[in-house]
Design a protein around this ligand. Structure first.
Ligand SMILES: *Cc1c(COP(=O)(O)O)cnc(C)c1O
Length: 414
């Protein structure tokens, strides 16, 4: 799954080119840099690979989200609908521009449930932000039609799903803007970095200025640049972009290894009665970073997690329901408004609402889900052994469970 697993000569070569001139900044110093522009090169590579008009690199995926929100004109009091299952960065970015995160449920696609999105719309809603979690896509047709119907902006968080697609379009290129993360554990890494991609020139120019103090990037005298609007510093460095460039050239290799390993593991788990898999709105577009599977009930899921931990085979598996980073259930700092400074009154009221809202629909899904990260470095033998041990552990739990336990979830839903 993470690109750091296949790090080597290619990355070193790109970084050394930057070190040979010592120009570590992406802007200016035109003569001294001897034609080396790694950030520009990576932006062009993103546009070419994903058939999109514009790409703006940033210092992180989180700053890419903040930049995209700002570039789309989202600010104080605007509501942004996002899923209950995502990374904490989603609400951080929304809060950072003065806007209000509104959480909707996820369904068994592990992404936004369109029905829950509809219920979350209010007169203050400006944007829907689906998150293509764990390598795969949200139901974009349904979400796009809600956006059209209610005249809402669509911002895709594709930070975990670079290279995935939906009905022939790359994730991140479908909405008004999309974001990628190049942090250390993502499919492509720069160490730290991110990107906003868009087909809208104004949105792109807003990103270009916003990530560099609002400088307009006209002419070749940085000190003389004007400021059409106020920005921040969310620049990436040339060193990071150099790593990313080498990594990005390996994306297709990463994707094909992931697909092969994912298919093997899924075929093995498919043989276990009772196991089901994540719904994919477009199965052909999976980037295969994770295999996400469901047990029939919360009790059995807990038992499988415990059994796998006891056998020391849980490493590389994620039970998000109990995870502090990715699911509403453990976001106490959000629900109880633990901020260093004051939020706006509207933000504060919104967080109180999140703290008391019922997420049982999301709980039903997340409490039964385990995601297995797909490694790029497994050998055939390792993969075979891993699959065999997982299947044996799950079968053992199923065999020991009472017949009712297999059906408790369905019964409680009926
Ligand atoms: C990683 C991630 C981010 C943020 O990226 P950073 O580069 O770590 O700031 C945002 N959203 C999702 C879904 C992520 O997984």
């Amino acid at each position: 799954m993470p690109g750091f697993e296949l790090f080597g000569e290619e990355e070193r070569k790109e970084v050394n080119e930057v070190l040979s001139t010592g120009i570590l900044m992406r802007y200016g110093f035109d003569a001294a840099r001897k034609g080396i522009w790694k950030s520009r090169e990576l932006e062009q590579a993103l546009c070419d690979r994903f058939h999109c008009g514009y790409a703006q690199l940033t210092s992180s995926g989180t700053s890419a989200l903040t930049t995209a929100l700002a570039a789309l004109g989202i600010g104080a009091g605007d509501e942004v609908i996002m899923p209950s299952f995502t990374f904490v960065a989603s609400f951080e970015a929304v809060l950072s521009v003065g806007a209000i995160p509104v959480l909707a449920d996820v369904n068994d696609s592990l992404t936004l449930d369109p029905e829950s999105v509809r219920k979350a719309i209010s007169p203050a809603t400006r944007c829907i932000m689906p998150v293509h979690m764990c390598g795969s896509m949200a139901d974009m047709d349904a979400i796009q039609s809600i956006c059209r119907e209610h005249k809402l902006l669509l911002l895709e968080d594709a930070c975990q799903s670079i290279g995935g697609s939906y009905k022939g379009k790359y994730l991140g290129t479908i909405g008004d803007a999309g974001t990628y993360s190049f942090d250390f554990v993502k499919t492509v890494t720069c160490a730290e970095g991110g990107a906003v991609i868009t087909n809208n020139k104004t949105t792109y120019l807003n990103c270009d200025g916003y990530t560099d103090h609002g400088h307009d990037h006209q002419g070749n005298d940085r000190g003389a640049e004007l400021h059409p609007f106020i920005g921040y510093n969310y620049r990436i460095s040339e060193l990071h972009a150099a790593v990313g460039l080498a990594q990005f050239r390996k994306l297709d290799t990463f994707l094909s290894i992931q697909k092969k390993n994912h298919q093997y593991l899924q075929a093995a788990l498919s043989k276990v009665p009772g196991i089901t898999f994540r719904t994919l709105p477009d199965p052909a577009g999976d980037s295969h970073t994770f295999l996400s599977w469901f047990m029939p009930s919360r009790e059995l899921t807990g038992a499988v997690v415990a059994e796998m931990k006891a056998q020391q085979i849980f490493a590389g598996n994620f039970y998000w329901f109990d995870h502090n980073w990715h699911y509403i259930r453990k976001w106490d700092h959000l629900k109880t408004e633990k901020t260093l400074g004051r939020l706006t009154a509207a933000q504060s009221a919104a967080l109180k609402k999140i703290g008391t809202r019922d997420f049982s629909k999301s709980d039903d899904v997340m409490s039964r889900c385990i995601s297995t990260a797909i490694s790029l470095t497994w050998t055939g033998d390792q993969l075979q052994e891993k699959a065999a041990k997982m299947v044996a552990a799950i079968n053992k739990v199923m065999a020991n469970a009472s017949p009712q336990a297999h059906h408790s979830q369905q019964a409680s839903l009926a």
